[in-house]
Design a protein around this ligand. Structure first.
Ligand SMILES: CCCCCCCC(=O)CC(=O)SCCNC(=O)CCNC(=O)[C@H](O)C(C)(C)COP(=O)(O)OP(=O)(O)OC[C@H]1O[C@@H](n2cnc3c(N)ncnc32)[C@H](O)[C@@H]1OP(=O)(O)O
Ligand SMILES: NC(=O)C1=CN([C@@H]2O[C@H](COP(=O)(O)OP(=O)(O)OC[C@H]3O[C@@H](n4cnc5c(N)ncnc54)[C@H](O)[C@@H]3O)[C@@H](O)[C@H]2O)C=CC1
Length: 728
């Protein structure tokens, strides 16, 4: 039964019961409509309460029913809303858990709203590429005013109950059972006038210059959400609440949602939404997986190394109220780390404070303890190592801690690409060793690659995946190979960016093209931010540059393949990026963030091309995008072929959450599918034939096979491989 109804004296309680989140599927809508009409006609009923089963009001329309073209046919939430709002008997929404999207729209059509203190409300449709199209953009501004409504709708913000009360979205916040409180309120208001409780009948009140306000909002949204269409449609819809009568405003919502669907963005974002949820459902070829292996509860942790990453990881653990011992190698580093953690925690507390939430670390360090003594970590449940990226050092530390720690403690490394098995091999419990690859800044970035080595046990995977979730991360299980998934795919992308400079581009041409595509940052801006020296050191270690390059090696060749030495040349000149005030761009000061194109670089590139007799040519944005992205995608196919990622969806989750890929394009593998695999294949093949010294352009076996079998849907790609090489 999707919707049940029972009577408590004169109050009829209608409960949505559609696990897991009481989403409004077509069946739920039909049942809700029917139960509501019956209750409203029943002479023994004098008031109605709407609620959701299992402590959740309703998470909105059932996204699973959204099909690319049939979005319009799926639901008629507004039919229900209209009925509720015009009902002569008072209707009260009892909000527990969540009232999101269509769920909040349903509550807004009720005459009163009571929320449990832990509930959240919001109109997050924008995050799945659409807009609240069941009256949300018309009713909310009438209730809380334009600026507050626009902010919630355009950002898709989840608003906690206490803030919802301050804004006027809910009438009561209760610490006890919200349904009982709603029934109580419903009884009190029987027979009282409801006219000013019907939001559609109220005028939108404002004392701002509407034209200027919406113009500014549009300008800001075009910058902040570059390329995404849904935020712009949300602004237009809210504007309609001021300019049009209510029912025409509803029509506008429908027109806008229909036009969004034609952009393909909602489909991409909904794919991203479900891919993210599926990433947590890991399964090994043995059948062990998320649904049959229980994680160990982690209460105490230690983080070794408080540099860029360690301090973020400590902050993340502390935010989740997990006890953490933060360990450094000397007093100076320890103090620096401590200062940084305090400052990060203060910022987090400030953020929570603004949301009306309290934190355990508001007045100090919460559950963090700092030390130089390895002896102090002996009793922790799990350690995360975040020292320099050096195999010798990491092995020394793992050897040491494996001797000190209790036998069942888990040992995790935050390495960005070293061999997990080699690290595990020096410990007395290789089955408890795993990679937890956080992204910088670790307290903010949502992505966590959980890297399984060949010895790693299922319980270690379950525990770290679960810890990731507790930290609010999107954890994705990947296999062990140099650079894992995200960074491995990034390598040929960055290489291509270098070749583009040789062939005639300036850094800003490449960055502009990729930022216009939707990346938060182009590759050269990204390298300047991270520091060019990071890649330089790694290339030196690999013998690609520096003293270990055999004499007589051509400047633009390594091991018979094309090599672009420009980044090395900049490093030799101390152009390390933002921290040096110059890199691919110049900056206003050391550590400055405002990049401007540098005439020196243009001049340098001219001379470089002349020295190497490279005939440059004009390269347009399309070529830049294809050259950079197709090699990245090709590497994604190789990763699937090698069994390093479980599915193309997992790769897309990694790119959407860790690499600034525009979510409205779904992710690189989804983008390949929508572009057409044949086009990707043919372009790569043509380019590879013209440049056989760039192996990353050679189309992979899997890509070729998928094209040959007629481009099956993304969900079926892996089946084309059978069980080849599965490292997961
Ligand atoms: C003519 C009409 C034209 C169109 C009218 C449009 C009307 C609208 O205005 C359209 C809408 O309502 S669109 C939906 C808006 N709601 C949302 O975006 C909420 C999305 N869900 C969440 O944020 C979290 O899941 C939530 C906060 C709820 C829970 O988070 P958790 O971390 O606790 O759990 P999750 O792992 O995220 O989710 C648990 C399971 O629930 C599934 N799910 C969540 N929201 C859903 C939804 N709205 N529809 C269907 N399934 C949904 C989720 O996939 C997961 O499923 P399993 O993986 O199978 O367990
Ligand atoms: N910086 C980044 O963006 C990312 C780095 N990583 C990885 O995270 C790890 C750490 O990187 P960063 O934080 O950037 O390095 P970092 O150089 O900022 O910090 C390393 C810290 O480790 C400490 N340390 C060194 N030896 C130690 C020892 N024996 N005992 C205790 N502490 C010791 C150092 O004093 C230093 O504070 C590396 O493996 C790196 O590859 C992973 C993801 C992103």
């Amino acid at each position: 039964m999707e919707v049940t109804r029972y009577q408590s004296h004169a109050v009829s309680v209608i409960e949505i019961n559609h696990p897991p989140v009481n989403a409004l599927s077509s069946l739920v809508c039909q049942a809700l409509f029917k139960e509501f009409v019956e209750a409203s006609k029943d002479p023994s009923v004098e008031a109605i309460v709407l609620c959701g089963a299992n402590g959740k009001f309703c998470a909105g329309a059932d996204i699973r029913e959204f099909k690319s073209t049939s979005l319009m046919k799926t639901i008629s939430i507004e039919d229900i809303n209209g009925n509720i709002e015009s009902c002569k008997k008072p209707v009260v929404a009892a909000i527990e858990g969540v009232a999101l999207g269509g769920g909040l729209e349903l509550a807004l059509s009720c005459h009163y709203r009571v929320a449990h203190i832990k509930a959240i409300v919001g109109l997050p449709e924008v995050l799945i590429g659409i807009l609240p199209a069941a009256g949300g953009t018309q009713r909310l501004p009438r209730l809380i005013g334009i600026p507050a409504a626009l902010d919630m709708i355009v950002r898709g913000r989840h608003v906690p109950a206490t803030e919802a009360f301050q804004l006027g979205i809910v009438d009561q916040v209760v610490q006890t059972n919200a349904i009982d409180a709603a029934v109580h309120l419903a009884r009190e208001i029987i027979g009282k006038p409801l006219d000013n409780r019907r939001l559609s009948t109220l005028p939108v009140q404002y004392n701002i210059n509407i034209e200027d306000f919406f113009d500014n909002a549009l300008k800001k949204a075009k910058i902040q959400f570059f390329g995404a269409q849904a935020p712009l449609a949300c602004i237009e819809a809210v504007k309609a609440s001021v300019e049009l009568p209510f029912y025409q405003g509803l029509k506008k919502e429908q027109e806008l949602i229909a036009s969004l669907v034609t952009t393909g963005q909602p489909q991409a974002q909904q794919y991203a939404f479900f891919s993210e949820r599926n990433a947590g459902k890991w399964t090994l070829p043995s059948g062990e997986g998320w649904d049959n292996v229980s994680p160990k509860i982690i209460k105490t942790t230690a983080v070794i190394g408080l540099g860029t990453m360690g301090r973020g990881i400590v902050t993340s653990l502390s935010k989740a109220n997990i006890s953490v011992i933060a360990l450094e190698q000397d007093e100076k580093q320890l103090n620096q780390g401590k200062k940084a953690v305090i400052s990060l925690l203060e910022k987090e507390a400030e953020k929570l404070n603004k949301q009306g939430k309290s934190s355990s670390f508001a007045n100090g360090l919460g559950p963090v303890h700092f030390t130089l003594d390895f002896g102090e970590i002996r009793n922790v449940d799990l350690v995360i190592e975040a020292v320099y990226e050096n195999m010798g050092l990491k092995k020394k530390i793992f050897q040491k801690i494996s001797k000190i720690l209790k036998p069942d403690a888990f040992l995790c490394t935050n390495t960005s690409g070293l061999d997990i098995d080699e690290i595990a091999s020096v410990t007395n419990r290789p089955q408890n060793v795993i990679g937890m690859h956080f992204f910088s800044p670790a307290n903010i970035m949502r992505l966590l690659e959980v890297v399984r080595g060949c010895y790693t046990s299922p319980i270690t995977i379950a525990t770290t995946m679960s810890l990731g979730k507790t930290l609010g991360k999107v954890a994705v299980l990947v296999g062990n190979c140099p650079l894992f998934v995200g960074n491995r795919m990034l390598l040929p992308y960055v290489e291509q960016a270098g070749y583009l400079l040789e062939d005639g581009c300036n850094p800003e041409d490449v960055d502009n093209a990729l930022e216009h595509f939707g990346f938060a940052m182009g590759p050269f801006c990204m390298m300047d931010l991270a520091g060019l020296d990071v890649g330089w050191r790694s290339r030196m270690e690999k013998g690609l540059t520096g003293d270990r390059v055999p004499t007589g090696t051509p400047a633009r060749q390594r091991q018979g393949n094309r090599y672009c030495p420009i980044a090395d040349m900049l490093c030799e000149l101390g152009r390390f990026g933002q921290k040096a005030g110059m890199g691919w761009y110049k900056y206003e000061k050391l550590g400055g963030r405002k990049a401007s194109p540098d005439p020196w670089i243009r001049d340098f590139l001219e001379k470089y091309r002349n020295t190497h007799q490279i005939k440059s040519h004009v390269i347009n944005s399309e070529e830049i995008i294809q050259r950079c992205l197709y090699v990245l995608i090709n590497a994604g196919f190789k990763i699937l072929e090698d069994g390093i990622a479980t599915s193309p969806e997992d790769i897309d989750v990694i790119y959407n959450n860790g690499y600034g890929w525009p979510k409205y394009r779904g992710g690189p593998m989804y983008y390949a599918a929508t572009t057409g695999l044949a086009k990707v294949y043919e372009t790569l093949d043509r380019n590879y034939k013209a440049n056989p010294d760039i192996p990353s352009m050679k189309p992979t076996f899997l890509l070729r096979k998928l094209v040959a079998v007629g481009e099956p849907p993304l969900k079926e790609w892996k089946t084309q491989l059978g069980n080849l090489n599965n490292k997961l």
